[in-house]
Design a protein around this ligand. Structure first.
Ligand SMILES: NC(=O)c1ccc[n+]([C@@H]2O[C@H](COP(=O)([O-])OP(=O)(O)OC[C@H]3O[C@@H](n4cnc5c(N)ncnc54)[C@H](O)[C@@H]3O)[C@@H](O)[C@H]2O)c1
Ligand SMILES: [Zn+2]
Length: 359
């Protein structure tokens, strides 16, 4: 059990193989009662919807299940409107707990609904992807996309509880599994050298979803994310290090229209570019580029991406939402687990790095 102690609230993260069968009991232990509204997607409902409801039912909750269509393109206010309608049809009250059961798309949208329905109802995160377990479900950022950009409409709204059942990763397709590993490798690079050793040593078992090893890794990463957001929930300082590889990663996603390159692939290429930028300006120690390259190779993540316009990517970094006073704040590594924030990176260094990664 991991504790998040953010300014906006404290909550526990339970990470266990099979935790979903204790969902109801965990809610009750967290002081929640009454009715529970499980928000999930068409893909997830048949995988674990019934188990979630059965557990809630056994713990005395009145239960409702609502499914939304699968995919980022449904993370919109239109989908939210449909959920409000259903909540009203169910006579959901201010004590009704909204549970997001799914990947980051479902979790972000469920949190936004919970933050706004009747000015806020209890919210529980029940992530089902590796990325949502180690990243999206912790930290209280909730929201939906706008036609003009991702995650533009949202709030900080911490969950009352996070329940992570690593056994649900058994059905996760390979590509989203590897995306989760991109964020895990990022955590190792910016915060924890021993974890990188473990990732190198046990890659076969981890990619094979070994129950004990994967659960331990997820719990460790959830704890790392919890520590960062407990220190800096609103991303005024420390939390920015989590954007390692993301300035270029987000730009690649934007330039490719959020279709051909997924987030995890964009940020592995982005981390390669960041390492090259750091090396070029004398910040990043020799050997880091090669170490990253080996790790991404092993986990099936790209270190170069062909056919992407480097000039367009450079231009898109200027739109990155972390831009402050027109200067891009680059997260670079001096050394493994020693990130620095630099806003004085010359365009030339970025251009060269992009030429190497996108060439
Ligand atoms: N709030 C935050 O701090 C934060 C952080 C990172 C990402 N995000 C958001 O998270 C979203 C991406 O999340 P994601 O990568 O989980 O994608 P996702 O929610 O789209 O899930 C990926 C795919 O896997 C399927 N899936 C999920 N769990 C499954 C399972 N157990 N078995 C089989 N299939 C399963 C989903 O149906 C979907 O098709 C983005 O919208 C992003 O903005 C939020
Ligand atoms: Zn990310």
């Amino acid at each position: 059990v991991i504790e998040v102690t953010a300014a906006s609230g404290r909550y526990a993260v339970h990470c266990r193989w099979g935790a979903i069968d204790d969902l109801g009991g965990l809610l009750r232990d967290a002081g929640l009662a009454g009715s529970a509204f499980v928000l999930t997607s068409e893909t997830i409902a048949p995988i674990c919807g019934e188990r979630a409801l059965a557990s809630l039912d056994a713990a005395g909750f009145e239960t409702y299940l609502h499914t939304i269509p699968d995919g980022e393109r449904h993370k919109t206010l239109d989908t939210v409107r449909g959920v409000y309608d259903r909540l009203l049809d169910c006579h959901a009250e201010r004590t009704t707990t909204v549970i997001g059961l799914g990947g980051g798309v479902v979790g972000d949208l469920a949190g936004f609904v919970a933050a706004t329905y009747m000015r806020g109802v209890p919210f529980v995160q029940c992530p089902t992807t590796l990325l949502a377990m180690v990243d999206a479900s912790i930290g209280g950022k909730v929201g939906v996309d706008h036609a003009r950009g991702k995650n533009l409409i949202g709030a900080f709204y911490p969950p009352r509880l996070v329940v992570q059942d690593t056994s649900l990763l058994a059905t996760l397709p390979d590509r989203p599994l590897r995306e989760g590993f991109a964020e895990i490798i990022k955590h190792g690079l910016i915060m924890e050298a021993p974890m990188l050793d473990a990732l190198e040593q046990h890659a076969t078992r981890l990619l094979g979803r070994d129950p004990a090893m994967l659960t331990e890794l997820v719990a460790r990463n959830a704890a790392l994310k919890a520590t960062v957001v407990s220190e800096d929930e609103r991303e005024g300082g420390r939390r920015m290090i989590l954007n390692y590889g993301h300035t270029i990663g987000h730009a690649i996603e934007a330039v490719t229209g959020y279709s051909s390159v997924c987030h995890g692939e964009a940020i592995s290429a982005g981390m390669m570019a960041a390492a090259r930028i750091g090396a070029a300006i004398g910040v990043t120690r020799a050997g880091i580029i090669e170490r990253q390259q080996r790790l991404f190779d092993v986990y099936g993540l790209p270190t170069t991406l062909a056919g992407i316009d480097a000039g367009a990517v450079l231009a898109a970094t200027a739109h990155d939402k972390k831009v402050s006073a027109k200067r891009v704040r680059w997260i670079l590594l001096e050394e493994i687990a020693r990130p620095v924030i630099r806003d004085d990176v010359p365009d030339g260094a970025v251009r060269e790095a992009l030429a190497a990664v996108l060439g």
